[in-house]
Design a protein around this ligand. Structure first.
Ligand SMILES: [Zn+2]
Length: 199
């Protein structure tokens, strides 16, 4: 065997070893890459699930915190004592909770309607009776909620009133058949829900 041929053989073997090593490395890298992609996707899904839970938990905590604040600040005696404040508590934690719920689409504020449609509940404007608490009740205009609801032929076919929980319990819809009667009833309710005393 000539030196030149020996050299070629050695180079050939080295080249073969190098090629085999390269293929092994390539396969390892491909497998590693595939595992990395699977791991990355699994990690991403896991992260999304964790993030969704944290978001829903945050929305729920704000809602419960609002309930706790409301139970104190919405007491009639407290409302009356603080009636000179330019702006009163308007379920602000609940509003933030609802806002984040819409942004994150957690579904926390969604409720199943009788019409089979999911409704997104929201905190309303200031109560029309006391003007201090946020409204959570909507009275009147039943056709907006139930198209099959029959017209009763009075103002409630068109008029609606938004009230807070406290004023809603005092308000007597049956006693109201005109706008004047409505204003009188709102005034009566306002006096009761901001002059309540511990007894
Ligand atoms: Zn009210």
């Amino acid at each position: 065997m000539s030196p030149a041929l020996r050299l070629d053989t050695k180079q050939t073997k080295e080249a073969e070893q190098f090629r085999t090593a390269a293929v092994d490395y390539s396969d390892t890298r491909r497998t590693t890459c595939r595992n990395t992609v699977v791991a990355q996707n699994s990690g991403r899904i896991l992260n999304m699930k964790v993030a969704n839970r944290i978001q829903k938990l945050t929305v729920g905590i704000l809602w419960r915190a609002d309930d706790a604040v409301d139970s104190v600040f919405y007491r009639p005696a407290i409302v009356k004592a603080l009636r000179y404040l330019p702006r009163y508590w308007q379920c602000d934690f609940a509003r933030l909770s609802g806002y984040l719920d819409r942004q994150w689409q957690t579904g926390f504020w969604d409720v199943d309607g009788e019409d089979g449609v999911i409704h997104h509940v929201a905190v309303g404007p200031p109560c029309e009776a006391c003007g201090r608490r946020a409204s959570t009740l909507l009275i009147g205009r039943m056709k907006d909620w139930d198209p099959t609801f029959p017209n009763v032929g009075d103002m409630w076919d068109e008029r609606e009133v938004e009230l807070c929980d406290w004023c809603g319990k005092e308000f007597c819809q049956e006693a109201v058949r005109s706008e004047d009667e409505l204003q009188s009833e709102l005034e009566r309710v306002r006096k009761r829900t901001v002059s309540w005393r511990w007894s």
